[in-house]
Write a protein that binds this ligand. Structure first.
Ligand SMILES: NC(=O)c1ccc[n+]([C@@H]2O[C@H](COP(=O)([O-])OP(=O)(O)OC[C@H]3O[C@@H](n4cnc5c(N)ncnc54)[C@H](O)[C@@H]3O)[C@@H](O)[C@H]2O)c1
Length: 356
């Protein structure tokens, strides 16, 4: 909404890189915060204006940083299950404690709305054929998903007449973003289909996974910022579309069809027991304008056009910059970040231009 002041954490990530320009176009007054873990990766140029961004860790955000904002959209976390396994302690430190302390600071500073990007992975192992709703009991399987549940509970308990948290449980994202991720299922399969003309599944492809395009996640965030308070106050919403609960094998077939000459091979039943189908009726009831504009098929074609346009090479596809776990592992092994994932200071690179 024109003039609404919004702070977006994690704006330099996959979702944030699409959300920032979109909110500016819609007339929001946007500022970003990000510590910049993935700034090495920029897949293609988006000429639209980007919000001014402060380089800062969310664990060090103070009241002064958030004062004067009408809303905070909080994306900055370690953003998938494998990252959570890299360091469970740091995952809790950033994703759980960091997010709750940010929400407290926002409440103290008088920020009225706090939009949190949770995940459908809170449903975890749910392979009984029943669709999960927001009222279903979560069954998180990983540190990442357990943190999402804890943040929902702890930040939910801060809700009052002046502070409205909103929890968006996004399905697994797909689609083009300049700050691309190739570690999420559809984008990953599309990358293989383009570079190798072959999708080799390591599992039998039977687990269920709801999908949602990154642009549709941004639409949900935009609507959550605009909605009347009573429609969203302290509510949890699954973000996606009932038509877009796919088995992973189906996603592979859809992607394979979008890339000429691509073959698909399935493996054995895998060790990953995460499987869930999700119901997306509630968001449509509370935010009636919300409609997913993208399907897996459209997303696969979008990526094929993008890869053709930039003539994406295997080297780019397999670069660490586009796989969150590999980039963080690199930053740790080169000691650019410490064991708590804070950037180390390289004082010797400053000053007189000589290394000491
Ligand atoms: N992409 C998906 O499929 C998906 C699905 C459901 C939920 N989500 C959630 O949406 C949010 C954004 O996801 P994404 O795909 O854009 O992730 P991403 O990893 O691409 O981006 C996260 C951004 O946050 C920043 N960040 C991480 N820790 C930080 C810290 N301590 N301080 C400051 N900045 C920090 C990173 O530098 C990065 O730019 C995450 O919370 C994620 O869990 C994503």
């Amino acid at each position: 909404m024109t003039g609404t002041r919004v702070l977006v954490t994690g704006i330099d990530g996959y979702i944030g890189a699409v959300l920032g320009p979109r909110l500016l176009e819609k007339g929001f007054d946007v500022v970003g915060i990000d510590c910049g873990f993935y700034r090495d990766g920029w897949l293609y140029n988006d000429p639209r204006p980007r919000p001014l961004t402060l380089t800062k860790d969310i664990r060090r955000i103070t009241r002064e940083d958030v004062e004067g904002f009408d809303a905070v959209v909080h994306l900055a976390e370690l953003s998938n299950d494998p990252l959570g396994e890299l360091s469970e302690r740091t995952t809790y430190g950033i994703n759980h404690l960091g997010s709750v302390s940010l929400a407290r600071v926002c409440k103290e500073a008088g920020v009225a709305r706090f939009v949190y990007t949770s995940s459908c992975s809170v449903y975890g192992a749910a392979d009984d054929g029943l669709e999960r709703t927001e009222a279903s009991h979560p069954n998180p399987q990983t540190a990442y998903a357990r943190c999402k549940v804890l943040v929902e509970q702890d930040v939910g308990s801060l809700a009052d007449s002046r502070f409205s948290p909103i929890f968006l449980r996004n399905a697994t994202a797909f689609g083009a973003s300049p700050r691309m991720r190739f570690d999420i299922v559809l984008n990953n399969l599309a990358g293989f289909a383009w570079t190798e003309k072959e999708i080799r599944m390591t599992s039998d492809g039977t687990p269920w996974r709801p999908l949602v395009h990154v642009e549709d996640i941004c639409q949900a965030i935009n609507l959550a910022l605009d909605a009347p308070r009573e429609a969203v106050h302290n509510q949890i919403f699954n973000v996606g579309d009932d038509e877009q609960n796919y088995r992973i094998g189906e996603i592979a077939t859809i992607v394979g069809r979008a890339f000429d000459g691509c073959t698909i091979a399935f493996g054995r039943p895998g060790g990953d027991n995460r499987s869930y189908r999700t119901s997306f009726g509630k968001i449509r009831r509370h935010l009636p304008e919300f409609r997913c504009s993208w399907s897996a098929d459209l997303g696969a074609h979008q990526l094929r056009e993008l890869f053709e346009g930039i003539q994406m090479t295997n080297e780019v596809f397999s670069s660490r910059a586009f796989t969150r776990l590999r980039q963080l592992t690199h930053l740790i092994s080169t000691q650019q970040i410490d064991t708590d994932f804070y950037w180390r200071h390289f004082e010797s690179y400053r000053g007189n231009g000589r290394l000491s």
